[in-house]
Structures are given as C-alpha cells and as structure tokens.
Design a protein around this ligand. Sequence first.
Ligand code: MN
Length: 242
Amino acid sequence: MNRREFLQYAAAAALALSAATNAIAQSGNAETRQNPIDKDNGGTNMKHELPALPYAYNALEPHYDEQTVRLHHDKHHAAYVAGQNKAEEMLEEARKSGDFALIQHWEKQLAFHGAGNYMHTLFWQNMAPNAGGVPSGALAKQIEADFGSFESFKKQFSAAAVAVEGSGWVTLAWKPEWKKLYILQVENHQKLVIPGVLPLLVLDVWEHAYYLKYQNRRADWVDALWNLTNWPDVEKRFDGVK
Ligand code: MN
C-alpha cells in the first residue's frame, strides 16, 4: 500500500468508525427521549433535547401564568437547546476541518446556550404547584450555618435577584471544596459564577421570564417564587452533592 492508498484507507476507516458511533448514539437516543432530564449526558454525538415540563403549563397559576410558562419553555428554553446543539456541531466541524477561524464565536455560543439550557432545566424542576414554605433536613441546617437563618437567606436571595443588572439569574449554589453555600448573581446565563459551584436553586430574572404578567415589577415576580419553591427538589440536589 503506497502513501496515497494508505491515506484513502485511513479516511474510509475513520468514516466507518464515525458511522458506527453515530448508529450507537442514535440507538441510545430512543431511550434518552423517554426521560431527557435524567438521561441527557451530552455525550459524543448525542443531541441535547428539550426536557418536558414536570407539570402542566397552567399548574403554577396564579403565581406563574400559563402563557408565560408556555412561551418560556417551548420557545426560549427550546432556543437554548437548539443553540447548544448548533455550537457543539460547529465545533465538531471545526475539529474535522481544522478551520478554527470562528472559534471565539462558537465557544461563546456554547457557554451561553449550554448554560441557558442547564439553568432552565433546573428552574422548571425547582418549582412545583402548591409549594413554597421552608426547607428541611440537612439543607435547612446548612442554610442556617451559612446565612444565619432562613429569613436572612431569603432576604439576601431576593435582594440579589432584584438587583441583577440586565438579564440574568440568582442562584443558591454549593461549593463542595469549601463546604459552603453561596448566593450568586449570574449575568446572562453564565457570567459571575465561581467555577465549580453547583446550583441547587435558580431564579430566572430575564424579562422574558416575567414581563407578560409582572411587567417592570421584578420584585413582585421574585416574591411570587417563594410560593412555588420546590424545596424537596432543592434538598434532594443538596443531599446528592454535600
Ligand atoms: Mn428564561
């Protein structure tokens, strides 16, 4: 086999391997679709999928209106999933072609849309109909240890949410290395975080999250969240990482 033949052979082998990998990934996708929230691991060649809402569109009324929930999930969250898939696809293309001219653009798109997808997935699970109240168990103890009391935590979280500059989030996050909970503002979906923190509770304060019902009254939207907070979900996340 001369060099030219070898290169042709190598290219054909690579294509065959790639096709086989795709086939495996696609056969896995059928299962992924059944429970995308738990199964979406973003592995090689796996497309991220929009997770189904864990409740009906109108289930969070009157605090969170059906029309906003529908648009927020079906349009906004869906766009982040699509944007993440696109960025991952284009980065794969760049690796194949060796052309990294647009690397900065696609890396930024990956961070923005990937974080957007992740934060929204948490956001929907962090809420539940007829929820709210106060946390219990290990999480309640940790909140008291790190914030003084649940009331102090709540005040800081609300104040931080209302004060996010422009579009963003507030999150209660656990930093495993420091064994400490933090309240962090997040600009866009990904800026201002301490690397390595694990968000447990997130609140979306982008205008798209609340403007139809609350208009410019972001503080009212933040207040409304406390009637929807799914503490068992937040506690479960904490128990899994503490
Ligand atoms: Mn949003």
